[in-house]
Design a protein around this ligand. Structure first.
Ligand code: MRU
Length: 353
């Protein structure tokens, strides 16, 4: 791993260049815009685990790029050995984070394409070109999703968002923030309220940084001010991203999303979710989705400052589930699914065949 220049200004979260994976180191934001460079898939696995790269679509593409490094690292002399090396890399990359379905989706897509290759060279070519294509498609999908969602927002709306579902959570442009970008690009004047998103502050560190970087009117609130903001008419609509959506319309997203959605319902504020079809898991049931539990030190301190007594017991779930009855619409690249979601989600997939 090596660090490279921090003077690049465009927010491209993850990229393949000269047979290496380049990522913004999100653990350093907002204080430093630093890029890291990896040539080993094990480093990519560590980067996903330690949140150097995070956000469901971004880890999906990072997983695919990890596999692209694995084909280059493999010393296999025949197809079967190369496929076995790829399977091992896939397991290591998959074990990093359990909740976002995009990671497994990205790895599976690469594995499937690899199996179609007839020679070592062909497999290498297929894996690398597919991973690169997935990155490009992610941007296009976000732009289409943005346009589809932008019609739901009006001139002078103030839109609340939670966590970071922006360029930094995808390859570029973003899902929830992509919808906000497209709304602005369509000529509507919108303001954004970003929640801080404790415990590790993706809202203040990443969303506020990204939107300010791109010239948006953004205000930061503590998570505890969601109710105040809604009760006092400061918010017209909410849009968030998702890590996994099951076919019943239950949405798994950053911890606190459920509270925001519940509060929005209480105040009659439409609550939207923006996510690509790759975030929709048609196989799992809501009760089977694994919620990642993270280390207690994320809660017992802010940065290096301790904010809780020693040896305190901590419960630190990284995600929660928002039930479909709190959701006004799920914005995808194939259109907006409306309740009842079981039917509308199925239709989106049929349209995608
Ligand atoms: O723990 P993180 O930062 O990976 O969690 C990210 C989120 O919960 C995002 O809202 C979600 O992945 C959607 S990203 C387009």
């Amino acid at each position: 791993m090596s660090q490279i220049s921090n003077d690049m200004k465009s927010l491209r979260t993850v990229e393949w260049k000269n047979n290496k994976v380049i990522m913004i180191d999100q653990t350093k934001l907002p204080n430093e815009l630093t890029f890291v460079e990896y040539d080993d898939f094990n480093q990519v696995a560590i980067a996903i685990k330690t949140l150097v790269v995070r956000g469901a679509p971004a880890i999906g593409v990072s997983g695919a790029f990890g596999m692209a490094l694995a084909v280059l690292q493999s010393e296999a002399k025949n197809k079967d050995d190369l496929i076995n090396d790829l399977k091992k890399a896939k397991e290591i990359l998959f074990a990093t984070r359990p909740t976002a379905v995009n990671l497994g989706w990205g790895l599976e897509k690469i594995m499937t394409i690899a199996q179609t290759g007839n020679s070592i060279d062909e497999i290498k070519e297929l894996v690398i070109s597919t991973a690169k294509q997935m990155a490009e498609e992610d941007i296009e999908i976000n732009k289409t999703m943005g346009k589809n969602g932008s019609v739901l927002f009006d001139d002078n709306d103030t839109i609340m968002t939670h966590c970071n579902a922006g360029a930094l959570a995808t390859v570029a442009y973003g899902t929830a923030l992509g919808v906000i970008r497209a709304t602005k690009e369509s000529g509507k004047n919108v303001k954004v309220i970003a929640t801080e998103t404790r415990p590790i502050q993706q809202g203040s560190r990443l969303t506020a940084f990204e939107l300010k970087h791109d010239g948006f009117d953004v205000s930061l609130i503590p998570d505890t001010a969601v109710g105040y903001s809604m009760a006092n008419g400061l918010v017209n609509k909410v849009v968030v991203g998702a890590d996994r959506i099951v076919k019943t319309g239950h949405v798994f997203n950053k911890i606190g999303t459920y509270q925001v959605a519940t509060m929005a319902k209480q105040h009659g504020i439409p609550f939207y979710v923006a996510a690509p079809l790759s975030t929709i898991d048609l196989e799992s049931k809501a009760e089977d989705v694994i919620i990642e539990m993270r280390k207690g030190t994320e809660v017992t301190g802010v940065g290096d400052t301790k904010t809780a007594p020693d040896n305190i017991n901590v419960i630190n779930p990284a995600f929660d589930m928002t039930p479909p009855e709190l959701i006004a619409g799920i914005i995808t690249e194939k259109g907006v699914a409306q309740p009842p979601f079981e039917e509308s989600i199925e239709k989106l997939f049929e349209a995608n065949k």
